[in-house]
Design a protein around this ligand. Structure first.
Ligand SMILES: *Cc1c(COP(=O)(O)O)cnc(C)c1O
Length: 393
């Protein structure tokens, strides 16, 4: 190996010493309730495919038809020739779904945060961000020239303390939060955030990646769940989780969309979404708008699984959503628990420090509408067996 790269080799060695080195598991088929992980069939309790739409026949058909008509690639960024009509159709549909004025599409949720935050605040502005916000928000905040402040997770007194102290010194102040926090499944107190934003004249930005397709009527999201339509300035959603495909968007006012068309860097400098993905997304969103069948099934499954785990004596945290963190504690015990579940044919990723605080290791279960009762019963039995043998219950 070249000496020039020795420093990287040392860093990788250090990962191994710290016990956090990993290899990627390989899934040999579609992302469904049961997957073929590393060549073995296991119940999949770790995907964000909340509604099972990632391989739904209707969605696949729509995607195939677009593939035939449009080919595989958009060919350029949207501002040149990449703006295929499907993208416009999807934006119109999403704006109707979210009941907001306009939607600007991006290639992913991460891209959307990075592009939007940077475009809407600048030097002389302040961003106030929840301590547990998603990494893509943190990156978006870092890329902006605005000043930054962080409030304690969901702590409205702390948010108000910062507002009292700093509001006056800035032109625009943007409060940013996740709608649903992915590690614990808890919700941001949006009604209180809206109230504070009004009192202190601030803009509001909610990243609802885990709320869209899950909460609210037909999965319209956390804003719909709280009845706050028209009260949040920037509502981000992903098309990669419950919607089952790929992409991200911000629902906002039409004038903001016009500005983003000129200044959001992922839009200007990265190729548009492939047409087969866009067509698949259009079909997914239509299916959500037609019926609550998918979201109802998701919540039924979540209630079933959670109630059984609680009965068994597991600590399943403070989640208000289908995200179910089964709290284990120590880092090595959490990883041991996850591995023992896999031996029982159930895949649940262990999540430990630094993703969550030390001693708060958990096996995070992501329930999906695609799970059958049999899948859930297999998982519950595996949790019982491993929980007893490792002394967790
Ligand atoms: C997953 C996630 C994203 C990223 O979405 P992608 O479409 O996968 O890039 C952004 N924000 C939050 C809160 C997320 O959970």
């Amino acid at each position: 190996m070249s000496d020039k790269l020795k420093f990287i080799e040392e860093k990788v060695e250090q990962l191994k010493e710290e016990g956090v080195y990993r290899k990627l598991p390989v899934n040999y088929g579609p992302c469904e309730n049961v997957i073929e992980l590393n060549g073995r069939k296991v119940v999949n309790l770790s995907s964000n495919n909340y509604l099972g739409l990632a391989s739904h026949p209707r969605v696949k058909e729509a995607s195939k038809a677009a593939l035939e008509k449009y080919g595989v690639g958009a060919g350029s960024v949207r501002t040149i020739v990449g703006n295929q009509d499907l993208l416009e159709e999807l934006e119109t549909l999403l704006a109707r779904f979210k009941e907001e004025e306009a939607v600007m599409l991006f290639q992913s949720g991460l891209n959307c945060n990075i592009g939007t935050i940077q475009a809407i605040v600048e030097k002389g502005d302040l961003i106030i961000s929840d301590a547990l916000n998603h990494a893509s928000i943190i990156d978006g905040v870092r890329l902006s020239k605005a000043d930054k402040a962080v409030y304690k997770h969901n702590d409205m007194d702390d948010l108000e303390r910062i507002l009292k102290e700093k509001r006056e010194a800035y032109r625009n102040v943007l409060i940013i939060t996740d709608g649903v926090f992915s590690m614990d499944g808890d919700l941001a107190p949006l009604p209180k955030i809206v109230e504070l934003a009004k009192k202190y004249d601030c803009l509001t930005y909610v990243d609802d990646a885990h709320g869209s397709g899950v909460l609210g009527r037909s999965g319209r999201g956390t804003i719909d769940h709280f009845g706050l339509h028209g009260e949040i300035d920037f509502i981000v959603g992903t098309l990669s989780k419950a919607i089952g495909v790929v992409g991200g968007y911000v629902a906002t006012k039409a004038i903001v969309k016009e500005w983003l068309l000129h200044r959001a860097r992922p839009l200007l400098f990265s190729t548009a979404l492939p047409p087969a993905a866009t067509a698949a997304t259009i079909e997914s969103v239509k299916m959500l708008m037609e019926s609550e069948e998918h979201t109802n099934k998701l919540w039924d499954n979540a209630r079933y699984f959670k109630s059984h785990l609680e009965e068994l004596g597991f600590d399943i945290g403070i989640s208000e959503t289908p995200i179910t963190p089964v709290m284990i504690g120590g880092e090595s015990k959490t990883m041991e628990f996850s591995k023992a579940l896999l031996d029982e044919g159930v895949f649940v990723s262990g999540i430990v420090f630094p993703t969550v605080p030390k001693g708060k290791g958990r096996c995070r279960v992501m329930i999906s509408a695609s799970h059958t009762k049999e899948d859930l019963d297999t998982a519950i039995a595996a949790f019982k067996k491993v929980g007893q043998s490792l002394g967790v219950i």
